[in-house]
Ligand binder design. Structure first.
Ligand SMILES: [Zn+2]
Length: 397
């Protein structure tokens, strides 16, 4: 019957080691490799010692009772202790230095976070790794500064977003920038000319914000101006007017672009609004336009540059609009021989007067044609005809 090597307690006959379970748990054992390093012993010198073999971390290793090894080393390598203590001391010193460095970096980061207005709890994975290892973040100040600026920007954007009064284009520019990026902003707002070339970096975004704020002011002043001018002509700003909307949001250039140069001044915008109001209220403009756009889209199969509403290109559509305006006005003047101009905006008086004259001429010419027809029919009575034809019905050129 075998006994435990350390406590001499009798062991179960089926025990794998010459050690009781208790000793295996409480005593210190050392692997051969570690013992050689710590006690400066060589392979042969371990030979007489009690050893036991066990598997650990999927390997099989030879282990010694550390007290045995220590006794042996004291006997044949007494200097081991001094060396070991020296090494331990150095290890401790290094550990100490490392801890001090970590503490220094922790304070450095805390100071920087405070300096850039961030809570000291605002460390992240990279900063924590920097504190622990001194690696990962090359320039902590630059990193934290960027982090703070990014956070500030996000806060700024959130503030703008949360505003109930969503004012374009500030809102629009920011949405555009966030959803589609720098190039989309540059394309839609050609007047935005940042001085820095790195699209999307903080300076660029700053300038974009400044631009958006100025645009916002421009928008407000353009809107007020338009409302005032419309008011002077007894009109209100219509929310469904694409021209007004374009003018308010983007200015005259954009209106001119939208209308192919037909409208390039605020006076022309006002005129158009007054004219459209009249056309919609008093004439059959809408029907005429509908008919014209229908016939246009039926005859034209070209799919390029289609206006989504009518299946026409922008050019074609505005051509129809112009034609419809002329026709509707003509029909109106033609069917109203006694127009009370005081009920119509003075802006339209020249056009209407011109049309009245044109129609008068046409009527006169028709009358002449009719008279000539009658003349031919009554050739039998030349004398009568001559006296009947009044001089003012001569053809007017
Ligand atoms: Zn034991």
């Amino acid at each position: 019957m075998s006994a435990c090597y350390i406590c001499k307690q009798a062991l179960n006959s089926r025990a794998l080691y010459e050690l009781c379970e208790q000793c295996r748990k409480t005593e210190t054992f050392i692997s051969k490799t570690a013992a050689k390093r710590k006690y400066l012993l060589n392979d042969d010198e371990f030979a007489p010692l009690f050893k036991y073999t066990k598997s650990y971390y999927c390997n099989i290793g030879t282990f010694f009772w550390e007290k045995d090894v220590e006794q042996l080393a004291d006997k044949i390598r007494p200097l081991w202790r001094e060396r070991h203590e020296y090494l331990e001391d150095r290890r401790f010193q290094r550990q100490l230095v490392k801890l001090q460095q970590i503490e220094t970096r922790r304070n450095q980061i805390a100071e920087l976070l405070t300096k850039y207005g961030l809570p000291t709890s605002k460390t992240d994975y990279f900063l924590n790794d920097y504190i622990e290892t001194g690696k990962t973040v090359e320039d902590p100040e630059k990193y934290i500064k960027q982090k703070a600026e990014k956070l500030q920007r996000e806060t700024q954007i959130d503030t703008i977003r949360s505003k109930k009064n969503k004012t374009a284009p500030l809102q629009e520019i920011i949405d555009l920038y966030q959803s589609q990026g720098c190039s989309a902003v540059l394309q839609k707002y050609p007047h935005f000319t940042p001085t820095c070339s790195n699209q999307g970096d903080l300076e660029w975004v700053d300038q974009l914000f400044d631009y958006a704020i100025i645009e916002n002011k421009n928008i407000t002043s353009r809107k007020n101006e338009l409302i005032n001018q419309l008011k002077q002509h007894g009109m209100f700003l219509r929310s469904d007017s694409k021209i007004c909307d374009t003018y308010i949001k983007y200015g005259l250039d954009a209106v001119s672009q939208l209308t192919n140069g037909r409208i390039s001044s605020i006076d022309k915008i006002i005129y158009t609004m007054v004219e459209m109001d009249f056309l919609f209220m008093k004439t059959n403009y809408y029907k005429v336009l509908d008919r014209l756009t229908q016939s246009h889209s039926d005859s034209d199969d070209d799919d390029s540059d289609m206006s989504p509403d009518y299946g026409l290109s922008n050019d074609e559509y505005y051509e129809c609009v112009e034609q419809a305006k002329s026709k509707a006005l003509y029909n109106y003047v033609n069917s109203h021989p006694n127009i009370d101009l005081s009920t119509i905006s003075p802006l339209l008086h020249p056009t209407i007067t011109e049309l009245q004259q044109k129609i008068a001429v046409e009527k006169a010419n028709n009358a002449i044609k009719k008279a000539e027809k009658i003349k031919k029919q009554h050739k039998k009575y030349p004398n009568k005809d001559q006296t009947r034809t009044p001089p003012h019905t001569r053809k007017i050129e």
